[in-house]
Design a protein around this ligand. Structure first.
Ligand SMILES: [Zn+2]
Length: 241
């Protein structure tokens, strides 16, 4: 069977809000509405569903959409501006730590209990504190990401995947990528996420060594190695960096 698929945008008002919802018609049984962490709203409708019916359904769900937007707006913009002052929250492996800056002859960063403790001769030099924190994160990222990757890699090599070249650096827009030449790039900011989310990104990129595209084979392999990958991905979307 063939049908014309056309995509449209619906604008709607709710309280002081104005939503713009992208409608996608495709082969499916029921209407599903999704609010994405980047605040986009999409509605997937069964082919042939009339726009009027979709609008009615969206209106019924408007309060829920507004709540979802409220929730995700708390994490906007990503990443939030950090000031590197005592009392601020910073993340490591999904846990929150309070920043505590202390004046000391020494220069070092460590985790102590619920605190990120930074010792510096001059605590008011925020740029210095920031640089120390970034160094700490990237050192921990390199170490941890390499260890997690080593955990999963053998299974992929056994399946015939080429040994990848792995690089790690700070990226603004993505958690990881895998080039056609077998270079896996991981975002060092990943160490702010829980381990099970880090593993999801690593396994996702490793799957690309065998299947470059997000096709059925790719998802089958991903699902075999991490049956709960969707839950991990959802959690990752809520990570504040
Ligand atoms: Zn991918």
């Amino acid at each position: 069977m063939k049908w014309t698929v056309k995509n449209e945008k619906v604008e709607m008002n709710f309280g002081r809000r104005r939503f713009s919802v992208k409608i996608v018609w495709n082969e499916r049984k029921r209407l599903s509405i999704t609010v994405h962490p980047d605040l986009r709203i999409t509605a997937k409708a069964p082919a042939g569903y009339e726009l009027k019916v979709i609008r009615e359904r969206l209106e019924k769900r408007a309060a829920w959409i507004a709540r979802q937007l409220d929730y995700f707006e708390r994490f906007q913009p990503l990443p939030p501006e950090r000031k590197f002052v005592s009392g601020e929250t910073h993340y490591y492996l999904g846990r929150q730590y309070r920043l505590r800056i202390r004046s000391s002859d020494m220069t070092r960063v460590r985790l102590r209990g619920r605190f990120f403790e930074v010792e510096v001769p001059d605590p008011d030099k925020r740029e210095k504190v920031r640089a120390l924190m970034l160094d700490w994160y990237s050192a921990h990222a390199r170490n941890l990401l390499a260890r997690r990757l080593a955990e999963y890699l053998p299974a992929f090599v056994k399946k015939g995947a080429p040994e990848p070249e792995v690089r790690c650096r700070r990226m603004k827009k993505r958690w990881g990528s895998c080039s056609g030449k077998g270079v896996i790039m991981l975002n060092s900011e990943l160490v702010k996420a829980p381990i099970h989310c880090i593993d999801y990104v690593i396994v996702h990129e490793l799957c690309h060594l065998i299947y470059p595209n997000h096709d059925r084979n790719f998802y089958r392999l991903l699902g075999r190695i991490l049956p709960d990958w969707e839950r991990r991905k959802e959690r990752l979307e809520k990570v504040v960096i």
